[in-house]
Design a protein around this ligand. Structure first.
Ligand code: FAD
Length: 288
């Protein structure tokens, strides 16, 4: 089933969860235990990320396939194109389809950490839009793509980023999932501006709870997300008190989701960071 069908049903807010494959030297079984626990939340679908440069290619396919075929939960397999040739992408799309995976999150990706500079001109793919076009031609996939409420870090102006987003949607995107943000006003403003730009598909807010001060500081650095003063105070206060940081982070994310639910958003996408207990608590607290 294509994930867009969940958003067309109006009776309930769609809940999706994002997980990431463990590194190659770690067993995949513990992730399957986490999925088993997350299943209690009755998510509409679970998305599986794709390691930079294709580093988790086989595991992403294996895990997405298991979510769909063993757990019986709809799945969205992420795929990045930046470090692949067109031939490789064609083959991966073919494998996903053969495994029964009907939804992909089409992304450009970032250069792998060990590559100093990546000459995009030499590459076969430059932007996610090209992958979206390929996937549309290849098979009848449901296609999601990334959206950035505060603008993609490489783009100087949010208005330009929204123009590029519109090109991506016009190439065949059904659903947009947002980058993390901590100030809900950012996503409401972004949704208004996207609508004004003619983007009519669902834009689903992505929520990353602050469970660990160090980790979230890195995410803030990478994403450029702005940090409201109340969250900044928490990060300062609990910097060296991890248990209290986690508690405060769960509370902050619960209130964020609660506010989103009161504002008629199409769904909530939780970046689970492969943590089940904390995510369950947030979903329950927020009344989702
Ligand atoms: P694009 O949409 O191609 O945009 C990239 C940049 O190019 C933007 O600045 C855009 O404004 C600009 N641009 C687009 N078109 C044009 C044009 N015609 N001319 C000039 N500039 C243009 N990364 C992973 O490696 N694996 C994952 O699984 C993964 N999952 C993600 C899930 C979500 C929900 C999000 C929000 C991000 C995810 N990412 C993932 C990160 C993503 O790969 C990076 O943010 C990457 O830098 C951009 O990918 P994109 O698909 O948004 O790129």
């Amino acid at each position: 089933m294509k994930i867009i069908e969940f958003y067309k049903r109006s009776e309930k807010t769609v809940l999706s969860l994002e997980i990431f494959p463990p590194q190659a030297n770690y067993p995949v079984d513990s992730l399957f235990n986490t999925i088993e626990e997350l299943r209690d939340l009755e998510p509409d679908f679970i998305s599986v990320t794709y390691g930079a440069g294709g580093s988790t290619r086989d595991r992403t396919v294996e895990i997405a396939s298991s979510i769909k075929n063993d757990f019986g939960i709809e799945t969205l397999a992420h795929l990045t194109c930046m470090a692949h040739s067109k031939q490789e992408v064609d083959s991966i799309l073919g494998i996903l389809w053969e495994q029964g995976i009907r939804n992909i999150m089409a992304l450009r990706g970032d250069p792998p950490a060990d590559v100093e500079s990546l000459d995009l001109i030499q590459r076969e793919y430059h932007y996610a839009r090209e992958l979206i076009e390929e996937a549309r031609k290849k098979a009848d996939f449901g296609i999601a793509a990334a959206a950035y409420p505060e603008g993609h870090p490489e783009c100087q102006k949010l208005s330009n980023d929204i123009l590029h987003l519109k090109e991506k949607v016009d190439a065949g995107v059904d659903v947009l999932i947002s980058q993390l943000f901590f100030d809900n006003r950012k996503i409401y403003d972004f949704m208004d501006r996207s609508l004004q730009a003619g983007i009519n598909c669902p834009i689903v807010p992505g929520i990353m709870p602050v469970l660990n001060a160090k980790q979230i500081k890195r995410m803030i650095f990478l994403s450029g997300a702005s940090v409201p003063s109340d969250l900044l105070r928490l990060l300062d206060k609990y910097d060296d008190r991890p248990e209290e940081m986690e508690k405060a982070g769960i509370e902050y994310a619960s209130r964020q989701v609660e506010d989103l639910l009161a504002n008629r958003i199409p769904g909530i996408h939780m970046y689970t960071m492969n943590k089940s207990r904390q995510i369950k608590e947030i979903v329950k607290n927020a009344g989702l």
